[in-house]
Design a protein around this ligand. Sequence first.
Ligand SMILES: *Cc1c(COP(=O)(O)O)cnc(C)c1O
Length: 388
Amino acid sequence: MKSRKLLMIPGPIEFEPEVLQAMGAATTSHVAPNFINSFGNSLELMRKVWQSKNGQPFIIAGSGTLAMDMAAANLIEPNDNILVISTGYFGERYANICKRYGANVTILTTDVGGVVSLETIEKELSKVNYKLLTLTHVDTSTGVLVNPEPIAKLAQKYNTLSILDGVCSVAGEEIKQDEWGIDVVLTASQKAIGVPPGLALLIASKKAIEIFKNRKTPVQNYYADFTNWLPIMQAYENRTPSYFGTPPVNLIAALEVSLQQIISEGMENRFMRHKKIATAFREAMLTLGMELLPISKNYAANTLTAVYYPKRIDANAFLKHIGNNNVIVAGGLLPSHKTQYFRVGHMGCVNNNDLIATIVAIEASLIACKYKFEIGAGIKTALNILNT
Ligand SMILES: *Cc1c(COP(=O)(O)O)cnc(C)c1O
């Protein structure tokens, strides 16, 4: 009997065998020709996935939080006004990062499961001269999806830079960095990019690089300083070796494989697949009588779903039974609601069978928890959507 459990959390996710094989290949020198080529190809492929011809990609060893930190460290100077548009836990984190670099931070938030309205954002931008704003594309704590395009356009109107935390969205939700005019789009390897944890990835616009180059004060973070990394990224893209800090050779080899797979699926196809799988999962949960954190389906993410536990159910027993059925899902993350909901990641190489197996495990767990529902109803709903 297979003993491995299906990993359905919002990162790390299930990875393609070819990606894991690349991870396991013999480590070469970071200046070996095959590695230089892998690094250069990965930088070029990032531009395609981000849909940014003009931006400057960075591939750095670290987690998604480093990518957030890096964007803030390089663009913020003490006393800059920064606007954080928050839809949960990771918005709060971004505010804390910005404060660390001496910024005056204003946070716009809303009820749990909601989004901040464009009117509220515009009112704030017209009141104060903000150097930059941050927004979370998909907040992994709430499963809320924000539409970045109109916010990026507002930022341009008020001459404000925009940073998109796309850790739970890049390569899963539609992003057109150049067309939408977003200055930094950042992510990490272990989510929809489909590579084991350990890479911070971001693309900075020409304007962002310009603002960085015209800083009056040094970057207050040695490791994250673009000054150190910009020449390295440029060198590898020109297929020449360079050194600042040893790159994670195996992870970058795996990144190249995964980015190639993403491009060969096609960005539009990939976004459609995520949308269909997410719709099937959400509708299945609703059919089972459960409720979602996002207040409206219009802003429910396609990369993960956050679901309230049914009333009068023992949450720990529910999660344990899902695990006993060989599927791993995640608990809550938002401190105020942590014990009230669970999260299921459905991004990257997730397929219909993974999704059905997950819904079966959830139904089996509901039976074990003596919850009253029509057995198979969730599966039926999901199959109907997946087969259209
Ligand atoms: C996961 C996540 C992060 C943090 O990434 P780490 O790799 O855990 O540091 C930041 N923002 C969002 C939206 C995330 O989903």
